[in-house]
Design a protein around this ligand. Structure first.
Ligand code: FES
Length: 103
């Protein structure tokens, strides 16, 4: 049973932008990609950098610290030195509002 938390208005998160959300289960980075809203753990599994500040490219994000990359859909680490995946989070968009669910 998923509890949904409102992140904010879709209109306030333009395509290409990301926002950090604090949850009881940790920090989440919410991205607006060209194909939709995606949410992954904000901290890189390599060295704790904030993925929210990374370079967004399609469905991937490149860590700003050492350029490891992650898939925003699956959380999979795609490029060294990132090896461990990041958690992904459920997202819903309803009536112009973004909601974050569970992992
Ligand atoms: Fe992200 Fe090193 S902290 S690749």
């Amino acid at each position: 049973n998923t509890t949904w938390h409102r992140v904010g208005a879709l209109a306030d998160l333009p395509v290409g932008d990301a926002v950090r959300v604090e949850t009881p289960d940790g920090e989440v980075a919410v991205f607006h990609t060209e194909t939709g809203i995606r949410a992954i753990a904000n901290r890189c599994t390599h060295g704790d950098a904030e993925l929210r500040e990374g370079y967004l490219d399609g469905e991937t994000v490149e860590c700003p610290a050492h350029f490891g990359t992650f898939c925003l859909r699956t959380g999979e680490a795609l490029a060294y030195p990132a090896i461990e995946p990041v958690a992904t989070w459920q997202i819903q968009v309803d009536d112009g509002q973004i909601y974050l669910g569970g992992r």
